[in-house]
Design a protein around this ligand. Structure first.
Ligand code: NAP
Ligand code: ZN
Length: 353
């Protein structure tokens, strides 16, 4: 065991403070990584503030962060995937049973024994729960370590490990979206990646936003049209015309308003995970035989495919790079939907702590 610098919170109402956390020594199949950048996902905020208490209560101290890029500093003797000095990524998953049907189908995210990067029981016994990427280093089983394309800006690569795969996976799963009308609800970390991917796969992309001021950005990011969702006229004008909608909203909202935007047999997929249940109108689904689905990140194989796709097409997140000392301020801005479009923590800032 060794100590690593990190930022943690002690309770649901506490601010982040500098801390040290235990990390395990690299075992035979482990990769030790010096973390260079870590994105701030809204899931970090939900967890830190215990907003998902009914499903996944938070164990404190909590060290979030599952959008990790870094450099390999050490590998165990059985590691074949990466070498010291290479650039790698770690997303939301650090363990699974490898034997269940979901793991065998490359969907480790649905393994009943999945270990998430933070706030999951630590099967190695290093600490009560896993600690994430708001830290100078992490030790991860090689299966969950991703290769990062060398040609991309690293601060913008970090968010691909969660926001990227969470939007890439449902878009790919829905099928060939070329020429289809695709809606992206909420232009935040996930939403702006969804716009880039939907555009890259040839869709007609329409952003639904509550922030009229994000209109220019939405178009620059690749949207063909923008609907300000608080304007009933704009919503009415395109009702019943969408093939597929990805809903990334992090808070309570009227989902039926978006279901009504779908055409015949259209699908809305939820990736946003609001704290409270959303009331669903049966009629919104019945008329038009519409469907509603959910999606959770993506498996390791698909995450690598997404990173390779981003390398090939030069896709990264639009980030605001911050030192870790600004993390409390960043959280306040995240709840106000005031981020363009992902905070990425430069972990070099942790060295002076
Ligand atoms: P984010 O950067 O905060 O973006 C969320 C966006 O939703 C905001 O920018 C805002 O967009 C819109 N929004 C926020 N509050 C709203 C409200 N009250 N009514 C309507 N729109 C609102 O968050 P994120 O990191 O993209 O994460 C989004 C959600 O996805 C979170 O709940 C997160 O936990 C979840 N998530 C799920 C997965 C998964 O695997 N399913 C993975 C990662 C994250 P506008 O300003 O454009 O309206
Ligand atoms: Zn996330």
């Amino acid at each position: 065991m060794f100590k690593a610098k990190a930022y943690s919170v002690a309770s649901a109402t506490a601010s982040f403070v500098a801390d040290t956390i235990p990390r395990r020594e690299a075992g035979p199949r482990d990769v030790q990584i010096e973390i260079l950048y870590c994105g701030i996902c809204h899931s970090d905020l939900h967890t830190v503030r215990d907003e998902w208490a009914s499903v996944m209560p938070t164990v404190y101290p909590c060290v979030p962060g599952h959008e990790i890029v870094g450099r390999v500093t050490k590998v165990g003797p059985d590691v074949t995937k990466v070498k010291p000095g290479e650039l790698v990524g770690v997303g939301c998953l650090v363990g699974s049973d490898h034997g269940c049907p979901n793991c065998r189908a490359d969907m480790e995210q649905f393994c009943p024994g999945a270990t998430f990067t933070y706030n999951s029981p630590d099967v190695h016994g290093t600490a009560p729960v896993t600690y994430g990427g708001y830290s100078e280093s992490i030790v991860v089983d090689e299966h969950f370590v991703l290769r990062v394309p060398e040609n991309l800006d690293l601060s913008g690569v970090a968010p691909l490990l969660c926001a990227g795969i969470t939007t890439y996976s449902p878009i790919r799963r829905w099928g060939d979206i070329a020429g289809k009308k695709v809606g992206v609800v909420g232009l935040g970390g996930l939403g702006h990646m969804a716009v880039k991917f939907a555009r890259a796969f040839g869709a007609h992309v329409v952003v639904f936003t509550t922030s009229a001021g994000k209109k220019e950005d939405a178009l620059r990011l690749g949207a063909h049209e923008v609907i300000v969702s608080t304007d009933p006229e704009q919503m009415k004008a395109q009702a019943g015309t969408f093939n597929f909608i990805l809903d990334t909203i992090a808070a309570e909202h009227d989902i039926n308003a978006y279901i009504n935007m779908l055409g015949l047999e259209g699908n809305i997929t939820l990736v946003g995970a609001p704290e409270k249940p959303l009331p669903l109108s049966a009629f919104a689904l019945l008329f038009g035989r519409r469907s509603i689905s959910g999606s959770l990140i993506g498996g390791i194989k698909e995450t690598q495919e997404m990173l390779d796709f981003c390398g090939k097409h030069n896709i990264t997140a639009d980030v605001e790079v911050i030192p870790i000392q600004k993390v409390n301020e960043a959280y306040e801005r995240l709840v106000k939907s005031d981020v363009k479009y992902r905070f990425s923590i430069d972990m070099a800032s942790l060295k002076g702590e």
